[in-house]
Ligand binder design. Structure first.
Ligand code: CU
Ligand code: ZN
Length: 187
């Protein structure tokens, strides 16, 4: 068999393999920008794995060795300099605030844990949907980092203090909300 004939035969198989690999899953991007007086910044990638949202990324400029409340808020608007334009916790099913588990806001996420340099690696999976369909979609909402730990008890906020960074979760796969392409996470 000639080489080019062989390539024609295996090319569709290679394409199929790439189309199903995790690196080609559609992902949403949130670029976290500091609110006034804060230096917290970060990039978060959200992909879908079956019934779970997979979050990867990094946040810097946090208080060293401290937990920071981390939530999806209901309004994809980070225009106010205190992050309050993002509204309350994303809560499409009218649940109480709480630790990730059966009964909590859809926007309640595992807290960020800053290391000694004030950096937090973001690496978790939670039930949910990135792009939908349905009212649970996280795309188009806002990600907020708080100054203090989330106690997962105080209603409806978790008492996690000021909003120190805000980023809108993009609705266009692979792009930020300005429409710029953002490469997938390295890991
Ligand atoms: Cu919050
Ligand atoms: Zn909540």
């Amino acid at each position: 068999m000639k080489l080019h004939a062989m390539l024609l035969l295996i090319a569709p198989l290679l394409v199929a393999a790439c189309a199903t690999s995790s690196s080609s899953r559609p992902y949403a991007v949130a670029l976290l920008q500091p609110t006034r007086g804060s230096s917290a910044t970060g990039t978060i990638w959200l992909t879908q794995d079956g019934p779970e949202v997979v979050a990867r990324g990094k946040v810097s400029g946090l208080k060293p060795n401290q937990e920071h409340g981390f939530h999806v808020h209901e309004t994809g608007d980070c225009s106010s300099n205190d992050g309050m334009s993002a509204g309350g916790h994303f809560n499409p099913h009218g649940k109480p605030h709480g630790r990730p588990g059966p009964e909590h806001h859809a926007g309640d996420l595992p807290a960020l844990r800053a290391d000694a340099r004030g950096d937090a690696d973001v690496r978790f999976e939670v039930p949910g949907t990135v792009f939908g369909p349905g009212p649970e979609a996280l795309a188009g909402k806002a990600l907020i980092v708080h100054a203090a730990p989330d106690d997962y008890t105080t209603q409806p906020t978790g008492n996690s203090g000021a909003r120190i960074a805000c980023g809108v979760i993009s609705t266009q796969p692979g792009r930020d909300i300005a429409g710029n392409e953002v490469p997938p996470p390295a890991r």
